[in-house]
Design a protein around this ligand. Structure first.
Ligand SMILES: [Zn+2]
Length: 335
């Protein structure tokens, strides 16, 4: 199937974004400028196969998860997910499967007005309607933080501008998906979207400058906290009233109500969370109370697995975790 997801301008770029910056970054690193070399111009080819979100209506994968492109010389170039050297193989062990639930009020801010259907996790990541939140918490908070979680999830850089060659000024491109080819090289794949007609000329000039932003951990981790908090409420079958739960609600509401462009608060509640992705299409129940186990079966973490695509640590009190585990009568995973 041909890709609706990419123009296949697989610019075989030298010196793309170092991977560790995508995984583990300081906040002031989010806006960057780098030289980009494209000897001979962007690498272009015919998409032979592509696997990803939207190519067949599937969700839970990045828009391009893997892709094979045939170049003008007939040779194939195959890209897979961006390789993260720090990644540890892990599996999810199911402790319980929470049902969707309407609490009758917004579990984030407590409002009883304008309750709307809330996807947990967000739809792109394979979420389905699991609960109801008020409109500001659903749409307002969602649009402020969930887009950046999507960029993180997709290994994308965004707000991209190129300059170079004889073309004056900076020219916008769609966001760029970073992928690793079979030889371990990082390639840049332009996502769908409006591309400046001069971009080709710029890249063909051989060298230029690229400015872009990388997903800010303060933002995308807040979205992960939102999903984990709602998942925890569903696993508990109630909205808990501990100090920690109130603190989580407080930072989510503060992120919702802050000035546009203002970063969510930097807090231990989000930086301490383990957020992991599976690079699998959405599968299984939408929310699972789970342990994350390593290859030897040792428990790495307790938390919530979402649609088989995303894992986030349990965001609330340990006592509440035990209460949720007991609710499902799961055997002690450590036993
Ligand atoms: Zn609300």
């Amino acid at each position: 199937m041909l890709a609706p997801v990419t123009s296949a301008t697989a610019a075989a770029s030298v010196g793309a974004v170092p991977q560790d910056r995508l995984m583990d970054r300081a906040d002031d690193d989010v806006a960057m400028t780098e030289m980009v070399e494209t000897p001979g111009g962007p690498w272009k080819g015919i998409v032979r196969s592509v696997d990803g979100r939207g190519s067949d209506g599937s969700r839970g994968l990045p828009p391009v998860s893997s892709m094979t492109v045939s170049g003008p010389d007939g040779a194939d170039l195959t890209f897979g997910p961006l390789i993260n050297e720090k990644a540890v193989p892990a599996a999810v062990h199911v402790l319980g499967v929470p049902d969707p639930m309407n609490f009758g009020f917004c579990p984030i801010c407590g409002s009883t007005e304008n309750l709307t259907r809330e996807h947990v996790p967000q739809r792109d990541l394979g979420g389905t309607v699991m609960t109801y939140t008020c409109k500001p918490c659903n749409n307002g908070l969602g649009s402020r933080i969930e887009e950046e979680l999507r960029h993180w999830f997709d290994d994308a850089i965004f707000d991209v501008r190129f300059s170079g060659g004889d073309v004056p000024g900076k020219r916008r491109s769609p966001r760029i998906l970073l992928r690793t080819d079979t030889e371990g090289r990082v390639g840049m794949i332009l996502d769908v979207g409006r591309t400046d007609p001069n971009l080709d000329a710029m890249l063909t000039s051989g060298t230029g400058e690229i400015r872009y932003r990388i997903p800010n951990p303060r933002v995308w981790r807040m979205a992960a906290l939102k999903h984990a908090y709602l998942g925890a409420c569903l696993a508990l079958g109630e909205v808990p009233n501990t100090e920690l739960a109130a603190a989580v609600r407080g930072v989510l509401v503060a992120s919702r109500d802050g000035d546009r462009g203002e970063l969510p608060p930097e807090i231990g509640l989000t930086s301490g969370l383990r957020v992991a992705q599976s690079h699998q299409p959405a599968h299984g129940p939408t929310i699972v109370l789970a342990t994350l186990v390593d290859a030897e079966g040792g428990v790495l973490d307790w938390g919530l697995s979402f649609a088989g695509t995303l894992f986030v640590s349990w965001p609330l009190d340990v006592e509440l975790l035990q209460q949720a585990i007991d609710r499902f009568g799961a055997p002690d995973p450590a036993a």
